[in-house]
Ligand binder design. Structure first.
Ligand code: SF4
Length: 214
């Protein structure tokens, strides 16, 4: 199992509140105030919605099936996930993985923005509606914002559907189409971080076989 390094623990120690009760999400979470994972500072960050079951169990963002899938897709388009910072809009797992509510996102925003301040990313891949709204104020479906870049306070935010919605489609006819759209967003993110790697991308034929089996 992946573990936080000692230096990551030291970075977050002053910020983390393991006894936080600022919103109702702490009540059912195993890991309260589950902060980000990755190098600090870091040019590229990936912002999800909320910890899922595995993330809650292990106290690390994006360590479950969706995280494995996302890391593989990032590698496929030429990004090293070890050089990215992964974190979530709310830091405690919502019951039954429901979407975090607006008041929970607001309550957790000091942790979100404190992490952004320390990580100082140039670009953030923003996964899902809740994450997009939290960092840019934009409302509405993430699928309408895909393909664009929202620039705010010197940071380029790249809207992208959540990888869990792609993983869920793995046996559907629309899977390859959705996967292609998903990867095009990752490429936008990559090209902000590494403008010279501006190459064309095609979904590999064996993409479905390469999904994580976990
Ligand atoms: Fe505190 Fe954030 Fe957890 Fe709510 S989600 S209890 S604000 S750490």
């Amino acid at each position: 199992m992946k573990q936080h390094t000692q230096s990551q623990l030291l970075i977050w120690q002053p910020l983390r509140r393991a006894d936080c009760s600022a919103c109702i999400l702490h009540k059912e979470a195993k890991t309260v105030c589950n902060l980000g994972d990755g190098p600090v500072p870091c040019d590229g960050a990936v912002l999800g919605e909320a910890p899922g079951f595995n993330e809650d169990q292990h106290g690390i963002p994006f360590c479950g099936k969706t995280g494995v899938f996302l890391r593989r897709m990032l590698k496929d388009i030429g990004l090293d996930p070890r050089k990215l910072f992964f974190f979530n809009t709310v830091a405690c797992r919502p019951p039954a993985n429901r979407q975090p509510k607006a008041k929970e996102i607001k309550a957790c925003s000091p942790f979100l923005f404190a992490q952004l301040e320390r990580v100082k990313p140039k670009a953030v891949l923003v996964l899902g509606n809740a994450a997009l709204r939290a960092v840019t104020g934009k409302k509405g479906a993430i699928t309408k914002a895909e393909g664009s870049i929202v620039r705010k306070d010197g940071v380029a935010y790249v809207p992208c559907r959540h990888p869990s919605s792609v993983v869920r489609l793995e046996n559907e006819d629309s899977y390859l189409f959705v996967l292609q759209t998903f990867k095009e967003n990752l490429v936008i993110f990559r090209n902000i971080l590494y403008p010279k790697k501006d190459r064309l991308y095609a979904v590999p034929e064996d993409a479905q076989e390469r999904l994580p089996k976990c």
